[in-house]
Each structure stands twice: as structure tokens, then as C-alpha cells.
Design a protein around this ligand. Structure first.
Ligand code: ARG
Length: 461
């Protein structure tokens, strides 16, 4: 039994050991000590400024918390084993250090608004960090895109060779996806940018506090207007974890392409040794484990999202202890995404694309068949008829083991008299890709334009 809890006043018996262990969250929320202390310093300063505690107590609390933070950061502090969560641990350590003044810190505050504040501060910091990791991966993609702005490869639909594109173009598609991931995260960050502190347990407080001063001190855009909403809302956490999940989904698609391209069958990419692993039994193996782990860890983010949504579903206002279970999925999703972004950037920087293999793949597989149809359309043939002619030509080549570029003009003219010698500008994938000059298309000009835009956006590399 333990009866040393700060809320133990109305209890005659202590909490059962097993119940304490079941309800304690310090092993998870201990990570929030930075946010918790920052919030407490701002709260104490406001209490002193408003005359709710004395200036001396305010100063003693602030100094004590600053010293405690330094000691925790330096690894000199062990959290008390009987503290239920990070809020209790910090308060207990503070009182140990500065005496009764520390006991005044919790005036006009509850752990309900305190934890809500810590979460918002954490999301703000973590969003900034993840945005930076997204930028790193975008830069790594841009470096490869620029290097391969003219490398021809097959573009795929249904994982069948469809039309030739440039590798730079393919990689720039991921830059765009990552840009949406980045701005999605910034949108969540903006919505979470309000201070819940001062809501106290749920109904506000009778002390003459200044919520706006605390919010400004902590750099928030404003306060959460309704005290019950302030302690009950977790949709900003859901949004954040959803953003992490979507980001992981996008990364797992890139990871899958890297895995596929690294196979002996494709050989489009060689992953550097620093980001590959071997097999303990098959000496010839070089495995794309980092990409596989990114693909696999996507499940962690999705799991976190489902866990959080399920925890919150059906909870009446305002605070319920269920909500303590919000932090593990929040940390899990953030860590998974941030680490995966970092790994993918490192892996791309350590990889070499095999331009000649890609080029050869683009030459096979009839990826310029659409060009034949388009050519005939420009000669006045209706598209449906042109499609039929191009299909017949592909069938002819398949039977004889030829590529389209190997056909001669008399043979082509047996399929349509409209063909002239300029058809050969379209049959070679290197030339065909030049024709894709529509905005955002796969032509070298459009890829160069995108690369230049991204270089301006991402700054010096
Ligand atoms: N550890 C709790 C949490 O993370 C803090 C709030 C506890 N409030 C309460 N009334 N039990 O949600």
C-alpha cells in the first residue's frame, strides 16, 4: 500500500501497489519534463505577477525549476519511484529542493490543464523537428533528381512499363508528396497553438489569473477559449498522429520502390553498404533492410492512430483518466516518422542509380507505343483507330522479337500510309520523353524547371 500521494487527503487507506503500478505513467510521460517545467515556470511567474503568490515564492519556484531542469538534462536526477506521473515527479522534486514555496506552484492549476499544456508544447516542438527532417529528405531527393534530370527510365502503371519518363521526374513526385506532408503538419501545429492553462480542473478558477499572459510567455498565439474544451480536447493529437500516419504511408511507397529497384531483376539502384545488411547464411545477399523497416514501421503509426481514436471515442466531457493513454501513441507516431525520414534521407544519399539499366528498360517493353498513336492522331487519324494501329504494330514486334525503334519505315507504312520518317523521333524513349512538354510533364525542360524551383525553395544544399 502507498498513501503518500498528493491527493491522499480524503483517503484513509493507501493505494494498492498493483493499482499504483497500473495507473502510473511516469515511464511514458517522463519525456515531457522539459515541457512540464517550461509550463510551470510560466505559471509561477504569472501567479507572482498577479499577486496570487509572493514575488519571493515566485522567484524561488522559478530558480528551483531552472536548476532542476539542468540537473535532469545532465542525468543527475532520478525521478521519485512513488510519483505517479511527470507532473507529480517535478512537483515533488521541487518541494524537496526549495521547501514549502514549492507547494504553492499548483495554485490555480490542475494536472488536467497541466497535461493538456505539456501535450501542446510537445506537439509544437516535435512538429518543428519533423518539418526539418522532411526538409532533409527533400534535399536528398532533390540532389538525386538533379543528378538524374536527364536519365530516361520506364514510367509504370500497374507495375507494367507504360511510358518513358526521367528518373528526376519520378523522384520529384516524392518531393511534392513530402511537401504536402510538411504543410499538413504545419496546419496541425497552427490549430494546436493555444494555451489551455488556467482551465484548471475543468471550470476555470476563482483566483485572478491572467491566462493571456501565460499564453504569451509560452509563445502561444492565444488561449483555448472554453475551459472544458481546454482539458477535454485531444483532436489536435489525433490530427498530429494522422499526419504521421499519412507521412509514413508516403514513405512506405518510396521504400517499396527502393526495395523493388534494388532486386537483381530490376537493378535500378545500388544501396550503399552503410545502409544495407547481409545475410547470416547466404553470403551473396545484400538486403534493403532500412527500406523494409520503414515499410514495416508504417504499421506502428497506423496502430497509434487507431489506438488514440479508440481511446477518445465516446468519452464524456471533460477529463477522464482514459486520456492518459494518449501519450504513448503520440510519441510512437512522432518517433517512427521522424526516424524513418532521417533513414530514408541517409539511404538515398548513399545510393547510386544505375542509369544504363534504367535506360535499357525504357527501350524495351514498348513504352513508346502511345507515341505511335499520338503521331497518327496528329496526321488526322481518330484516336481509337490510331490506338488499334499502334496495338497491331506492337503485336508484330512481339512476334518477331523486335523493339519499336528497330522497325523500318516501309514496314511501318504497311500499317498506315501516314507514317513518315519523323516517326523515328518518337520511337526512341530518349526522344519520346522530349515531347512531354506539357506543364508538369516528363520532358527535360519541365524537369529542369521543377529542379530550379525546388532549389530556390530548399535553399543551398
Ligand atoms: N497523468 C495524467 C494524464 O496524463 C495527468 C492528469 C491526471 N489528472 C487526474 N485527475 N487524474 O492524463
Amino acid at each position: 500500500m502507498t498513501n503518500s500521494q498528493p491527493w491522499g487527503g480524503r483517503f484513509r487507506e493507501g493505494l494498492a501497489e498493483v493499482a499504483f503500478r497500473f495507473s502510473a505513467s511516469l515511464d511514458v510521460d517522463g519525456r515531457l519534463f522539459h515541457e512540464d517545467i517550461a509550463g510551470s515556470i510560466a505559471h509561477a511567474q504569472m501567479l507572482a505577477d498577479c499577486g496570487i503568490i509572493s514575488a519571493e515564492d515566485g522567484a524561488a519556484i522559478t530558480q528551483g525549476l531552472i536548476a532542476l531542469r539542468a540537473d535532469i538534462e545532465a542525468g543527475r536526477v532520478e525521478f521519485p519511484a512513488d510519483a505517479e506521473d511527470i507532473h507529480m515527479a517535478v512537483e515533488k522534486l521541487l518541494i524537496e529542493r526549495i521547501g514549502p514555496a514549492g507547494g504553492r506552484l499548483h495554485t490555480a492549476r490542475s494536472r488536467n490543464d497541466q497535461v493538456a499544456l505539456d501535450i501542446r508544447l510537445y506537439l509544437r516542438r516535435r512538429a518543428d523537428e519533423i518539418v526539418e527532417s522532411i526538409r532533409q529528405l527533400q534535399r536528398a531527393l532533390l540532389r538525386q533528381a538533379e543528378l538524374h534530370a536527364e536519365t530516361v527510365m520506364p514510367g509504370y502503371t500497374h507495375l507494367q512499363r507504360a511510358q518513358p519518363v526521367l528518373l528526376g521526374h519520378h523522384l520529384l513526385a516524392y518531393l511534392q508528396m513530402l511537401e504536402r506532408d510538411r504543410t499538413r503538419l504545419l496546419d496541425c501545429q497552427r490549430r494546436a497553438d493555444a494555451s489551455p492553462l488556467g482551465a484548471a480542473a475543468l471550470a476555470g478558477t476563482s483566483f485572478p489569473i491572467d491566462r493571456h499572459a501565460v499564453a504569451a510567455n509560452l509563445g502561444f498565439a492565444g488561449i483555448v477559449e472554453n475551459s472544458m474544451d481546454a482539458v477535454s480536447a485531444r483532436d489536435h493529437v489525433m490530427e498530429f498522429v494522422a499526419a504521421c500516419s499519412i507521412g509514413m504511408c508516403n514513405l512506405s511507397r518510396l521504400a517499396e520502390e527502393v526495395i523493388l529497384w534494388a532486386t537483381t531483376e530490376f537493378r535500378f539502384i545500388e544501396i550503399g553498404d552503410a545502409f544495407s545488411t547481409g545475410s547470416s547464411i547466404m553470403p551473396q545477399k545484400k538486403n534493403p533492410d532500412m527500406a523494409e523497416l520503414v515499410r514495416g514501421k508504417t504499421g506502428q503509426a497506423y496502430g497509434a492512430l487507431i489506438s488514440l481514436l479508440t481511446t477518445m471515442k465516446g468519452l464524456p466531457l471533460s477529463y477522464n483518466r482514459d486520456m492518459q493513454e494518449d501519450k504513448r501513441p503520440m510519441f510512437q507516431a512522432a518517433d517512427t516518422w521522424d526516424d524513418s525520414l532521417t533513414i530514408m534521407a541517409g539511404m538515398l544519399d548513399n545510393s547510386t542509380f544505375n542509369a544504363s539499366v534504367m535506360q535499357a528498360a525504357a527501350a524495351g517493353g514498348f513504352s513508346t507505343a502511345t507515341e505511335i498513336a499520338d503521331y497518327l492522331v496528329r496526321c488526322g487519324t481518330p484516336f481509337r483507330d490510331a490506338h488499334g494501329v499502334a496495338g497491331a504494330i506492337v503485336g508484330y514486334c512481339v512476334q518477331r522479337g523486335l523493339t519499336l525503334a528497330e522497325l523500318d519505315l516501309p514496314t511501318l507504312q504497311t500499317f498506315s500510309p501516314a507514317f513518315a520518317s519523323d516517326i523515328f523521333d518518337y520511337l526512341d524513349p530518349n526522344l519520346a520523353v522530349q515531347q512531354r512538354r506539357s506543364a508538369g510533364g516528363a520532358s527535360p525542360q519541365e524537369v529542369a524547371r521543377q529542379v530550379a524551383w525546388w532549389k530556390g525553395e530548399l535553399g543551398s544544399q
